[in-house]
Design a binder for this molecule. Structure first.
Ligand SMILES: *Cc1c(COP(=O)(O)O)cnc(C)c1O
Length: 393
């Protein structure tokens, strides 16, 4: 076990796991058992009522899943953490726990596609009033908060144009008006950004991305004060969006190298962003680590690293994208992000495929935009690959 004095690299390895007193395994066992047996009915009763540590049924708690939650709790510096079957389960369970008919929520427009759908379709249908704000119009967001709201939902940096939102400023205003603040920290991870330290109340993750980091497991995490996280836990317990023990093991294994991976993702993305920035066939590069990024100063203040995600618009139209992508060899042309291997895709056919060209323009997404999730390959190799692909245009 670890404490607050330990650094991330140490906490990621030691915070959640302890040796089994009988077998002394140094790798966490995967507990497939659905249920856990008791000889003493009084003890069973105490565990069932959460008055004694233990396990009853794996939809609720499981001895392989719990160490993952404890590790995330330590990495985030949170009082409590719980896991879910996917990132969307973490987000939807949290929103449905905290919002009731008649409540009002304020969110930015540039949230993840699935989250956006909850805000514009599902929550209004459930009687929740939602104000969707322009992501970079902080004055406008504050004005909506002042009208009264139960919660403020933020995501930063955003997909796919890496907009950076001022967490500390907006959290302050939200708290003055009694609202809770949720931040989707999937792009940054706790290595690059810790929203709770900046004043947010709750942090949600798609663990499918950097936390697991290998494009081979899906999960979600919620971190925050015990009172609220427990409420969401009881909702999830019944709603059933539980993480499986096998998957928890894989995400926990991913977390062991999170700090190392993120350092490399940060370095690679920065070098690639700088390279593309000066390339004549690239119209614009979106990356918070570039000095000409619209909110570089806020990113610098609230992040410890600028992350592995960038996007860039090619000069020309969408046909350029169709010519460019097949020429890239060191990248999977696929949706998703945050893997050890580089993943690229055009938002026009992935996250923003359902919008019209007009709507994409209004959202600030150029038709020739390419989202690039820099992997942990050698940066020179990735740049050489981009170089030859651009040369062919
Ligand atoms: C992928 C993603 C989600 C959804 O996570 P799933 O694990 O796919 O359900 C939510 N937020 C962000 C920022 C994401 O990138």
């Amino acid at each position: 076990m670890t404490d607050d004095r330990h650094h991330f690299g140490t906490r990621a390895l030691w915070a959640g796991e302890s040796e089994d007193p009988h077998c002394r395994d140094v790798a966490l066992p995967i507990h497939h058992s659905v249920t856990f047996a008791y000889e003493d009915v009084d003890e069973w009763f105490d565990v069932a009522l959460d008055q004694k540590p233990g396990y009853i049924y794996s939809r609720n708690k499981n001895p392989t899943v719990r160490p993952l939650e404890l590790t995330m709790r330590a990495l985030e510096g949170a009082e409590e953490a719980i896991s879910f079957s996917t990132g969307m389960a973490a987000i939807s369970n949290t929103l449905y726990t905290l919002l009731a008919p008649g409540d009002r929520a304020v969110a930015i427009k540039d949230t993840y596609g699935g989250t956006n759908k909850i805000f514009i379709e599902f929550l209004p249908r459930a009687g929740v009033d939602v104000a969707m704000c322009d992501t970079l119009d902080f004055d406008g967001i504050e004005a909506e908060i002042r009208k009264g709201c139960k919660l403020l939902y933020l995501e930063t940096p955003t997909n796919p144009t890496l907009k950076v939102v001022d967490i500390a400023r907006l959290s302050r205003v939200a708290h003055e008006h009694g609202a809770k603040v949720i931040v989707d920290n999937t792009f940054a991870t706790p290595i690059n950004q810790r929203p709770l330290e900046l004043g947010a109340d709750l942090v949600v993750y798609s663990a499918t991305k950097y936390l697991n980091g290998h494009s081979d497991a899906m999960g979600g995490i919620l971190c925050g004060p015990k009172g609220i996280v427990d409420q969401v836990y009881h909702y999830r317990e019944i709603n059933g969006a539980t993480l499986h023990a096998n998957t928890a093991y894989m995400i926990l294994r991913g977390l062991k190298t999170l700090e190392l991976r993120i350092q490399r993702h940060n370095e690679n993305a920065q070098r690639i962003a700088e390279y593309l920035h000066d390339h004549p066939k690239v119209d614009h590069v979106f990356y918070p680590g570039l000095p000409d990024h619209h909110n570089h100063a806020i990113a610098k203040a609230q992040m410890d690293g600028y992350g592995g995600m960038l996007s860039f618009a090619l000069t020309g139209d969408f046909d350029q994208v169709k010519r460019f992508l097949p020429r890239l060899h060191l990248a999977h042309k696929a949706a998703s992000l945050g893997s050890v291997t580089t993943l690229v895709g055009p938002p026009r056919v992935t996250s923003h495929v359902e919008l019209t060209a007009e709507e994409r323009r209004a959202a600030g997404i150029p038709e020739s935009l390419i989202r690039y999730s820099a992997g942990i390959e050698n940066a020179e190799d990735l740049i050489a690959d981009l170089e030859q692909a651009l040369a062919g245009l």
